[in-house]
Design a protein around this ligand. Structure first.
Ligand code: ADP
Ligand code: MG
Length: 634
């Protein structure tokens, strides 16, 4: 607990207990008809003075803030309403008790402030708890690093490190910056951030990335990018917990605006008009005050929108980063899921399974490797893995997304890609009918053979998709791969539909097409790796990135980032989103019902101000408890 919160809790406990003691004491005195002052009418002077002092002690900060609220013309701020109502309760309660010698009215002003403070405190407490949970996730970021200054190391805060500074990264710690190793040799991986345990050995001259975990030995690193621009920083600051932009939250704000004005007007009318007409002040003014009380504490209801933050935090702890509350709200409505194939539904780890004609295997693979030397595509990686000999790496290479690569050097030209690419270049080829992705290779405009590469479906794909199917969602796959592969995977995963042989542009067209034909209620969610398909991210309602992140644009265009490469996290996120929305709806429903009931009871004078304050507070507390449960499913 922070100091400020501890102090506040202390205040609540102290003033609450003094209040309870005095209240019970006077209740007993009243019951036994004992009065401390001879004139009965002044009996309540002592407790009311104590209550008022407690009220000031507990609420002076809020009372001060009312001044600035009024200056800013925020007349309907909850603080303003609370302070005014409680002051009216004090004045009127004092007078009322004085005349009627009843004890149960005038403490209301203090009780109101007490309940308000308890609720605010609880709100702060649960929020802080969640922040802490999130911090434990983001604590992968160290606060200090050892910077090398004239052969000495000095501890400095991470934000102060600039490009070209040299820092020491101890073994068993995370590397916070992108940089180049200048001294030392060690093994690194991405285990802390991405659940990627592939170990890479780095030594002098090797590049390292922020978020890498240094496993075995100390490393000296020359920083190439400030912490602000790194992958790690982008991950930590990706989710915006304070962004209250969901439709529910916007609506709540609007409703609150009207609601408080209407209720205050109603309170004035009920309290003043009949009083003047009937001269029966004692009946109507308390009713007016009672209605005023109902208008208070409404904004607290809006704190249920914090439930969004809890959902976001629970997901972050499961390595699912969600941009903001609006995303979570949209996800709870998503019903059309569009998947990219390679790396999303499949592992994206291709393997060369065959080469035609076999007799030219060496030559075909060598030329393909020369052409694929710089490509990051998983197919390129598979081809390079299949050829272990030395090959020429001096080609000038052009990568054509969705088609393949063209490599040129002097008079030599290698074309390596799918059917479309060869057709486009008017090269005759012998179609390869094997099941798998076929890469055709041509040398100097002459077809020389084809390579079959295959990729496996991810183990979790079918369980995740059946989960979505049970929910009644549509599952569509888009792929640049050929029709046979597309249909094979679609059958195995029982997809609603698939579209094959698509270029990157055509995938975007396809998404736009789905977008055009959807109904108002439909929400499209695209799932891809974001490395080659970030343009599609821009077109879909919700974009989910899964898999290794090689492209920093993902942080700008993805709405959800699944860090640990597990498709089941999509189902998890949907469940969390639905639970969050349900909890919010339930909370709102409870709040409105209580308000309505209290309003009716107050209008007919069936309920005492006491009870209405208590009821309001209890319901608010229940709603808070509702929102504190865990959304985590794992
Ligand atoms: P997917 O839709 O399965 O993610 P891509 O759009 O990444 O596939 O690629 C579509 C097709 O384009 C691949 O199946 C392959 O035939 C061809 N292709 C893309 N990049 C390359 C490359 N570097 N080398 C060879 N072929 C490629
Ligand atoms: Mg792809």
């Amino acid at each position: 607990m922070r100091k400020k919160q501890k102090k506040k809790l202390q205040k609540i406990i102290i003033s609450g207990s003094i209040f309870a003691f005095v209240f019970v004491l006077y209740l007993l005195l009243d019951i036994f008809n004992i009065y401390l002052i001879t004139d009965k009418r002044f009996t309540f002077i002592i407790p009311i003075t104590i209550y008022f002092s407690l009220y000031i002690y507990l609420g002076y900060e809020i009372i001060f803030k009312v001044g600035s609220c009024l200056k800013e013309k925020k007349f309907f701020d909850d603080k303003v309403i609370i302070v005014f109502t409680s002051l009216i309760l004090f004045c009127f309660g004092g007078y009322y008790s004085f005349m009627n010698k009843t004890i149960h009215f005038f403490p209301s002003g203090f009780v109101m402030m007490l309940m308000y403070q308890i609720i605010i405190w609880l709100d702060g407490y649960r929020l802080e708890n969640y922040r802490k949970k999130y911090d434990s996730f983001s604590s992968i970021k160290p606060d200090f690093v050892l910077k090398k200054i004239n052969d000495n190391y000095e501890s400095q805060i991470i934000e102060s490190i600039k490009e070209n500074d040299i820092v020491l990264i101890k073994a068993n710690s995370i590397i916070p910056f992108d940089g180049v190793v200048v001294k030392g040799k060690s093994e690194i991986d991405f285990s802390k951030v991405l659940n990627d345990f592939t170990k890479i050995t780095v030594k002098e001259g090797s590049k390292v990335n922020s978020g890498n975990f240094n496993n075995t030995a100390d490393l000296e690193i020359q920083v190439t990018s400030k912490f602000e621009d790194t992958f790690l920083k982008k991950i930590i600051s990706y989710s915006n917990f304070n962004d209250r932009s969901s439709n529910i939250e916007k609506k709540l704000k609007k409703i609150y605006c009207y609601y408080s004005k209407v209720i205050i007007l109603l309170a004035l009318i009920i309290g003043i008009l009949p009083s003047i007409l009937s001269k029966n002040y004692m009946t109507w003014i308390p009713r007016g005050i009672n209605i005023l009380v109902i208008s208070c504490m409404f904004q607290l209801v809006s704190s249920i929108s914090y439930i969004f933050s809890y959902g976001l935090t629970d997901l972050a702890i499961n390595k699912v980063l969600v941009k903001n509350s609006k995303t979570l709200e949209d996800l709870s409505n998503a019903n059309i899921f569009v998947f990219d194939k390679s790396g999303t539904l499949t592992k994206g780890e291709y393997e060369v399974t065959n080469v035609f004609p076999q007799k030219d295997r060496e030559k075909i693979l060598r030329l393909a490797c020369e052409a694929e030397f710089t490509s990051l595509h998983p197919i390129a990686k598979a081809i390079r893995n299949a050829y272990l000999d030395i090959y020429d790496t001096t080609y000038e290479i052009e990568s054509i997304p969705g088609l393949g690569v063209i490599a040129k050097k002097d008079d030599n030209e290698i074309i390596c890609g799918n059917r479309k690419l060869l057709k486009e270049n008017n090269i005759e080829y012998i179609p390869n009918l094997s099941i798998g992705t076929i890469i055709y290779v041509a040398h100097n405009k002459k077809f020389i053979g084809s390579i079959v590469v295959s990729d496996e479906i991810r183990e979790e794909a079918s369980s995740m998709l059946s989960h979505l199917t049970v929910l009644g969602y549509k599952n569509i796959m888009l792929t640049g791969d050929n029709n046979r592969v597309g249909s094979d995977i679609s059958d195995k995963l029982m997809l609603t539909d698939f579209k094959a042989s698509l270029l990157e542009k055509e995938k975007i067209e396809e998404i736009k097409n789905i977008e055009k034909h959807k109904s108002n209620k439909d929400v499209i969610c695209y799932v891809g790796d974001g490395n080659y398909d970030v343009d599609i991210f821009k077109e879909s309602d919700i974009a989910i990135s899964i898999g290794k992140i090689n492209n920093k644009e993902i942080f700008d265009f993805a709405d959800i980032i699944i860090l640990d490469d597990d498709l089941n996290n999509i189902a998890l996120s949907i469940n969390v989103a639905k639970k969050v929305i349900n909890a919010i709806h339930l909370g709102l429903f409870l709040a409105f019902i209580t308000k309505l009931v209290i309003l009716i009871l107050a209008l007919f004078d069936i309920i005492d101000i006491w009870i209405s304050i208590l009821l309001e507070s209890i319901v608010t507390l229940i709603i808070m408890l509702l929102s504190m449960k865990k959304y985590n499913l794992k």
